[in-house]
Design a protein around this ligand. Structure first.
Ligand SMILES: Nc1ncnc2c1ncn2[C@@H]1O[C@H](COP(=O)(O)OP(=O)(O)OP(=O)(O)O)[C@@H](O)[C@H]1O
Ligand SMILES: [Mg+2]
Length: 218
């Protein structure tokens, strides 16, 4: 059971004029999908970068299982997996290589890594013929599935997805929402997603709204 906690967190960008958040406290738990809504510029992506270990709070602390995060590199490698809006797939690598990569990094032998990667790709319902394609040869929805399969291969306890259904049609959005729900409910991950999409937000166990620097429950 993992617990990720924002404890009195305030944040201002070094070159920013205003505090994006004020004294935000909230706890996220494994097995739960939480959504963060709020208007454009409210600070949803900023909040996800704090939870991803990409930025540090200006004030307050972020605690993982009660301990402050000390080593951000270690945290990003072993604790948090982020699916950015732009997916950040390796363009010069095939779909299969993208998903195999985290497994090889963790020391899995190449044959097992390939088998597991194919399982993850099947789980996100990607057409197996695309395994040898490059990301640029996949549609937006397909690329998003690959990004999720790669996050599954990383097998970190925390999964953060920024606007994962942006630019996707209804069918692909539904598929992505199903993946997020299954990551939380079947794999027991702690999943947080920033979204404008009611279809996705309605699938969340907990809906939070970021408004004028405060995080409120919907
Ligand atoms: N590197 C930065 N330096 C200074 N200000 C920034 C920086 N990045 C973002 N901001 C500002 O912080 C605020 C919050 O931005 P953020 O990207 O978190 O919003 P968001 O809720 O994700 O919006 P959207 O729905 O459009 O993605 C915005 O006013 C933005 O201009
Ligand atoms: Mg954003």
């Amino acid at each position: 059971m993992s617990r990720l906690e924002l404890n009195g967190v305030s944040f201002k960008y070094p070159r920013g004029k205003r505090m994006i958040f004020q004294d935000v406290s909230e706890t996220f738990e494994s097995g739960t999908l939480s959504s963060i809504e709020g208007e454009s510029g409210a600070g949803k992506s900023t909040l996800l970068s704090l939870l991803s270990g990409l930025a540090l709070p200006t004030r307050g602390r972020i605690l993982m299982d009660g301990e402050p995060i000390r080593d951000l590199t270690e945290y990003r490698r072993n604790v948090a997996a982020t699916i950015a809006q732009g997916n950040h797939l390796f363009e010069g690598r095939t779909v299969l290589e993208n998903v195999t990569y985290p497994l090889l990094l963790k020391g899995t032998d190449p044959e097992t890594a390939k088998e597991k990667a194919l399982e993850y790709l099947a789980e996100v319902k990607l057409d197996p013929e695309l395994a040898t394609h490059f990301p640029s040869e996949c549609s937006g929805g397909e690329q998003k599935r690959v990004a999720f399969a790669r996050a599954m291969a990383l097998d970190n306890p925390v999964i953060l997805a920024d606007e994962p259904t942006a630019n996707l049609d209804r069918e692909n959005s539904r598929a992505v929402a199903d993946i997020l729900v299954s990551l939380a409910h079947t794999r027991g991950k702690l999943v947080v997603t920033a979204t404008h999409d009611p279809l996705l937000a309605e699938c969340a166990d907990r809906r939070l709204i970021l408004h004028e620097g405060f995080l409120e429950r919907k």
